[in-house]
Design a protein around this ligand. Sequence first.
Ligand code: GLN
Length: 196
Amino acid sequence: MNIGVLALQGAFREHRIMLESLGCIVTEVRLPKHLEGLDGVIFPGGESTTIGKLMVHYDFIAALRDYHANGGAIFATCAGAILLATDIVGSDQPRLGLLEMRVKRNAFGRQVDSFETPLEVKGLSQTFPALFIRAPILESVGEGVEVLATFDSQIVLARKGRLLASSFHPELTADTRLHKFFLEQVVQPKAVSALA
Ligand code: GLN
């Protein structure tokens, strides 16, 4: 499977390493033309205002909307999830607005900027070690958006069709189950056997 990792800023190398360990061919997406032929794209964590400005600068907004409109899957982690949202509390920063949800940036407060916690995730039989780094919460989600995990009653993992968004950083742990879930259930359900 050909998977792209948006490589404008942030923790994209870790996604690349994890995807390669799962047998994917990985493209670092730095220009819209790199989206061609990709089965899925991952948006890494980082700084959403910076990534958003670079998306505008490199003409990614329309290109990524087209990519998704043509069936492209996206897994957006942390800052990436902010860029996917329709609403960002108190901010008019650039975004794609593809996933109907309201996100609140840096929502866990200064005293707990970063922490790891075992998370119950719908569809996983054992908890996932979720690492939150100055993470957003998905304050509310629109119709048809499935909530896959909550922490402290706040939504931290959600999915609609070919879009998956997490508040936390699965690429910074050794646990590949969410990347596998993305590849097997979101990108291309038919390709499950190719991954085994
Ligand atoms: N706090 C960052 C933002 O608002 C996100 C942090 C992250 O991606 N780890 O963009």
